[in-house]
Write a protein that binds this ligand. Structure first.
Ligand code: SAM
Ligand code: SF4
Length: 337
């Protein structure tokens, strides 16, 4: 399905002069976990017929790479539960011009698939882990099994990814006291970790997000009691601010949508599993790329035109507020976090 692709490399620039070189693809909205900050317990997932096929996703990924995107992250939902995920990633990894294929996962399937993922060309992998306490892990993920995820983390380390990073969403009075142990775990495993402030995406019933807010500065203060954090000067080009734990190889990142706005450096857009191109995680602006690929099958120029045109509606910044009703009704699993 690649008849009239062209290889000129224009770049995607939005109205605010930001260059877009990073695409996240949510290959499924489904998940084997039901994390309390991400989903409600009884989620309704999209009917399969509404999803893009993996072939359509590959076609869209190709368009982005030809438009100058050099990094693609495969995410979800839980990407590893979509049938065909591995061969799909192998094909994305082969796109000429793509420098980095990376993935975010909850780790539940990694014991079985880490080696294959590495062989498929996935360079770096982020694994979500919010606590090392099995009971709290079950409460936060509702269905997850901590030993299984820990085995998955070990499998990823053994598989030789260029970088393994943990992601922890921190909720006050839920797991904020676990941050220091998580950092010590990352040091022991010689991997990195990022702490993320919870984002108000979608309605959840588990807790009031304004009450669970725990700022990155508070986490840093807690970590400073045990570790010396040295600022890392080189920028990763993303929303995280990085520090290195003195005397270790571990970097600590802070992703702080509330306390340190990062929109000025935004370099990314997201493709949802149903084919919406989301221009910002914290706004509803989107373009229906499924309609474009289905009404003009095999027409790469039409698709590229739609993508270039979409840059005109990329918003300047997110609309996240801690109090009041969420303004974004889509959950993180449907957004491609
Ligand atoms: N299922 C995979 C996982 O959990 O890593 C990939 C998808 S998940 C939506 C991607 C990331 O988004 C995870 O690190 C998760 O912790 C984070 N996340 C989910 N809901 C969030 C929220 N409301 N605020 C901040 N981060 C969130
Ligand atoms: Fe699933 Fe990831 Fe959302 Fe947890 S954060 S429910 S693992 S998609």
């Amino acid at each position: 399905m690649r008849p009239d692709s062209n290889t000129s490399v224009p770049s995607l620039i939005d109205r605010f002069g930001r260059s877009i070189n990073y695409l996240r693809i949510s290959i499924t909205d489904r998940c084997d976990f039901r994390c309390v900050y991400c989903m409600s317990e009884n989620m309704t997932f999209l009917p399969r017929a509404q999803l893009l096929t993996l072939e359509e996703m590959l076609w869209i990924a190709q368009a982005f790479v030809e438009l100058g995107v050099s990094k693609i992250r495969i995410t979800g939902g839980e990407p590893l539960i979509r049938r065909g995920a591995l061969p799909f990633m192998r094909q994305v990894g082969l796109l000429p011009g793509l420098n980095e294929l990376v993935m975010t996962t909850n780790g539940s399937q990694l014991s079985e698939s880490a080696v294959e993922l590495r062989a498929a060309g996935v360079k770096r992998i982020n694994i979500s882990l919010d606590t090392l306490d099995p009971r709290r892990f079950r409460e936060i993920t509702r269905t997850g099994d901590l030993p299984r995820v820990l085995n998955g983390i070990d499998a990823a380390i053994a598989a030789g990814f260029e970088r393994v990073k943990l992601n922890a969403v921190v909720l006050k009075n839920r797991n904020h006291e676990d941050a220091t142990e998580l950092a010590a775990f990352a040091v022991e495993k010689k991997i990195d970790i990022s702490f993320i402030e919870e984002m108000p995406l979608g309605n959840i019933i588990d807790h009031d997000r304004s009450q669970s807010y725990y700022s990155s500065d508070e986490i840093r203060r807690d970590l400073n009691r045990r570790f010396m954090l040295l600022p890392v000067t080189e920028s990763s080009g993303g929303p995280a601010r990085y520090f290195r734990i003195a005397g270790t190889v571990t970097r600590i990142g802070f992703i702080s949508p509330h306390s340190h706005n990062f929109c000025g450096d935004c370099n990314r857009v997201r493709l949802t599993s149903e084919g919406r191109l989301l221009l910002c995680l914290g706004n509803e602006h989107s373009v229906d790329l499924k309609r474009v690929v289905r009404s003009h099958p095999g027409n790469m120029e039409k698709l590229k035109g739609a993508i270039v045109g979409a840059m005109k509606i990329k918003p300047e910044r997110h609309l996240f507020e801690l109090t009041g009703q969420p303004v974004i009704f889509r959950h993180m699993n449907a957004s491609g976090g």
